[in-house]
Design a protein around this ligand. Sequence first.
Ligand code: GDD
Ligand code: MG
Length: 333
Amino acid sequence: MRAVVLVGGFGTRLQPLTLSTPKPMLPVGHVPIIERLIANLGRSGISDVTLALGFKSEPFVEAFPTGECAGVVLQYAVEPTPLDTAGAIRFAAEAAGIDDTFVVVNGDVLTDLDVAQLVDFHRDRGAEATLHLIPVPDPSSYGVVGLDAEGRVERFVEKPATGTAPSNLVNAGTYVLEPAVLHRIPSGEKVSIERVTFPAIAAARGLFGLATDDYWIDTGQPEFYLQANLDVLSGIRRHDRGVAVHERATVHETAVIEDGIVGPGATVGAGAVVRRSVVLPGAVVGDHATVTDSMVMGRIGEDAVVHASVIGATGVVAPGEAIHDERRPHPAS
Ligand code: GDD
Ligand code: MG
């Protein structure tokens, strides 16, 4: 079976990290998100993936130059202008010549779902489209469904105002679609599958959802990107494991790394502390600096204290400076 993976978004909520690296190319446990995602598709029997690209396509092509990723054949479909989720799916499916049941995945989602299980459910129900669903405590930043006892989606509401969600079951960003879905999407136009196409299929009674309790996280927000990294260390993932300190990182013997990841080419100086944080490839944490609940691509000066902050590739924290809940450079600047 074939899949389209959506990777053309701007990654706004992860700026400034995504100013230099597109969100799906950011590492989780030293491996790009997209590679872990595609490996899971491969395990579920997907043989071919088309990446629906727009913004910043070059890093993907450079990372997987042979047209293969985690044992799965890769193709690229680059949109001339961002077409939003449905427009991108139609564009990529047409470019790949898809004319049979296929899978779509949001490129920032990490899950242990067995996609073959979702395909079986889809076929059993004779669905036009089937969503993977996950229960969450606060559904307001996701697509939320109202479901009947057979798994038919009666309502699909994207990002409902707090307190108005029909349930706590959210769209987990993996879909099985019939080619008929493509005919609902006007060619070359900007269309949201969540705001336009899913509500229309639900109204025609062809939209179904399967809730599972698999590991699932949308890495698109800083706290969840950090959590996804920590989750490959803690051993809760079914297949994905990672080491804390990459073999090509330089960590001083007196530095303390506690629930932290240090990437290749990164340096952590003498007496420095890295706790619940990701030090990305090439970043520098100076001597005696403390970094907690943060993500760092740039340079942290000696004796600096950095908490709950996101430091991009060109971001600098001066020696001795203390920051809390900051983004550097600030995305608007
Ligand atoms: N090619 C292309 N073109 N891809 C796009 C475009 C576009 O114009 N716009 C967004 N994408 C991609 C993003 O790169 C991402 O992989 C995916 O579409 C979803 O976009 P996000 O920006 O991550 O959406 P979200 O997290 O707010 O919400 C989506 O995911 C939730 C689950 O994680 C929705 O599908 C929600 O309904 C869902 O609950
Ligand atoms: Mg997302």
